[in-house]
Ligand binder design. Structure first.
Ligand SMILES: Cc1cc2nc3c(=O)[nH]c(=O)nc-3n(C[C@H](O)[C@H](O)[C@H](O)COP(=O)(O)OP(=O)(O)OC[C@H]3O[C@@H](n4cnc5c(N)ncnc54)[C@H](O)[C@@H]3O)c2cc1C
Length: 319
């Protein structure tokens, strides 16, 4: 049976959903899945990952302070020790950092931000968007190990109820650099990359104060993040951390609502793989309608408050 190693990120022993999605992607191929964990709280997390598709869990040695180079060395050692044919990590900031490093350690090519991961004989293949999402490439690799990061919110976690054998891996390298402190940003707000619902606003909102409409709609959903087009970020109305698109973040939520956004190709590059896209724009010919599943032609200043009220009332009925 072929083996896949998956890096599982966590916060104080609680696995990140993006990593559980990655485990789900690996498990769906029918391969033997080894989860690799590191850092403070990793021991507590390890045994439970059997329920999410891992048959084995390797706890990488290392101090409480995260080191990308030492973690990558440990992951590559795990891949080699188990003869794994693939290495996966979620396309988070850490995952994007680790995948190319593991690829370098294993003489392999990294594939980033993949939206499909499938078995192809005793190897694997991935699909990923190309040319700002205008086409989808199917890729396989002649490298010894297929190293890939998976786009967030595309794959589903699994609940197998299984158990995993846990082992420890000695440090494969002394850290060259360590993270000594992390400053949390913007008081517990959901990040656009991770939120299941994203409500984004564009230049058609006319001024920064009008983003209150977008914030209110996001708040009515309860599990939504606020996003923005680059035009809005360039105006200084919203922070760059909220920008969706080619030079911002790539999102793939269950629901993406684009309010007063024209749908320039660079914006579409960051959101066109969203499961359901709703566009609100007063121009019926706006390009955003070409990718939208549902379109509302009209004035955002009338439609968004009505939508907020409807969402809040449905939430109240279902509470
Ligand atoms: C190299 C490069 C990288 C880029 N990267 C990004 C990126 O990452 N993300 C990104 O978003 N853009 C990016 N851009 C910019 C992109 O090309 C567009 O300029 C930008 O997305 C436009 O933002 P917008 O849709 O908010 O504004 P506009 O294009 O000005 O569109 C505003 C829309 O609001 C509608 N509207 C106006 N009033 C109302 C109303 N009352 N009710 C409803 N609708 C209304 C209008 O009909 C219009 O469609 C990039 C560009 C370049 C060259």
């Amino acid at each position: 049976m072929t083996t896949i190693v998956v890096y599982v990120e966590h916060a104080s022993g609680k696995a990140k959903r993006a990593s559980l999605e990655c485990l789900g992607a690996a498990h769906a191929t029918g391969a033997d899945v080894i989860a690799a964990v590191s850092g403070e709280g990793a021991d507590a997390l390890a045994a439970g990952l059997g329920a999410n598709g891992a048959s084995k869990v390797v706890v990488l040695a290392g101090g409480a302070e995260y080191s990308a180079d030492a973690t990558a060395a440990g992951l590559a050692a795990t891949v080699k020790e188990h003869g794994a044919k693939a290495f996966l990590a979620a396309a988070t900031t850490s995952g994007k950092d680790l995948v190319p490093r593991v690829a370098a350690h294993t003489d392999s090519v990294p594939f980033t931000d993949c939206i499909a991961f499938e078995a192809a004989g005793d190897a694997f293949q991935v699909k990923r968007p190309w040319l700002a999402g205008k086409c989808i490439a199917t890729l396989t690799s002649t490298s010894p190990v297929l190293c890939a990061s998976t786009r967030l919110n595309v794959f589903s976690p699994v609940e197998t109820g299984g158990s995993a054998e846990v082992s420890q891996m000695a440090a494969a390298a002394e850290p060259l650099a360590r993270v000594t402190a992390i400053e949390a940003k913007s008081g517990g707000k959901l990040d656009v990359k991770e939120a299941p619902v994203v409500v984004s606003g564009g230049r058609g909102l006319k001024e920064s104060g009008n983003f209150k409409l977008i914030e209110d709609l996001a708040a009515a959903f309860g599990n939504a993040a606020v996003g923005a087009s680059r035009a809005v970020v360039d105006e200084g109305w919203r922070p760059h951390s909220e920008q969706v698109g080619q030079t911002g973040k790539t999102v793939s939520p269950q629901l993406y609502i684009a309010v007063a956004i024209s749908g320039a190709i660079q914006h579409l590059a960051g959101m066109r793989t969203s499961k359901v896209i709703v566009a609100i724009n007063k121009d019926a010919d706006a390009p955003i309608f070409k990718v939208a599943d549902y379109g509302i032609v009209g004035d955002a200043f009338e439609i968004v408050p009505a939508l907020t009220e409807a969402v809040a009332s449905l939430k109240a009925q279902n509470a």
